[in-house]
Design a protein around this ligand. Structure first.
Ligand code: OGA
Ligand code: MN
Length: 213
């Protein structure tokens, strides 16, 4: 890792300790954008993104009242996806070195929110009931205007106090503790692309089998 990456990981670790989340609007060193934009456009054209389900045991029970995105999990056999996963793997190690969080692995999916789509307020993890501990969201939309909807609203634990309104602009990265921050995606007025991911801890010691996504 380069010095600038080390400094960035310091900044991310400090923000997680201070506030529980990190947010950057600036493009970050070595984190790809255009190759991922091309990749998700290609997947979309191939109809490879599928309606997302709700909850860990009901993947096929699509609930369009809650979420309306189309997703596909990233894989290691394609260069753009591999680059992104490699960056997140470096961050996993970097955070573990600094904060001893014991992050064990990482999974993430491309998401396409078509015009009109939203994801109502939710938590990505419930205390003690999941192994998802840290959420990442990375955005891939050039020139997002403030009147185009599709903001991610990050709330304090009360679910009411707004901490951040995040425009899904290319290069923006948000990282937060999965069980502490309710969040939602407001209805979008144009196609909206993101990569949502989760660092997980290994819960097998608690005899909790982690179901497949
Ligand atoms: C999620 C999520 C936010 C986004 O997939 O759980 O909250 O902006 N995504 O894509
Ligand atoms: Mn979420």
């Amino acid at each position: 890792m380069t010095d600038s990456t080390d400094q960035l990981f310091d900044t991310i670790a400090d923000a997680l300790v201070d506030k529980g989340y990190y947010f950057s609007r600036k493009p970050l060193p070595n984190l790809p954008t255009s190759s991922l934009q091309q990749r998700i456009a290609q997947l979309d054209a191939e109809d490879a993104l599928k309606r997302a389900g709700i909850g860990r045991d009901q993947d096929h029970q699509i609930n369009s009242d809650i979420r309306q995105d189309h997703i596909r999990w990233l894989q290691t056999n394609q260069p753009a996806e591999q680059d992104y996963l490699a960056w997140m793997e470096a961050l996993r190690t970097g955070i573990n070195q600094r904060l001893f969080m014991g992050l064990f692995d990482y999974e993430c999916h491309f998401a396409h929110y078509p015009k009109g789509a939203f994801y109502k307020q939710h938590l990505d993890a419930f205390k003690g009931r999941t192994n998802r501990v840290l959420t990442t969201v990375y955005y891939l939309n050039d020139q997002w205007q403030s009147d185009q909807g599709g903001e991610l609203i990050l709330y304090a634990e009360d679910g009411k106090t707004v901490l951040e309104k995040v425009l899904p602009e290319t290069g923006t990265l948000l990282i937060f503790l999965s069980d502490q921050f309710p969040h939602e995606v407001l209805p979008t007025h144009r196609d909206r692309y993101s990569i949502a991911g989760w660092y997980r801890v290994n819960n097998s010691l608690n005899a909790q089998i982690d179901p497949a996504h």
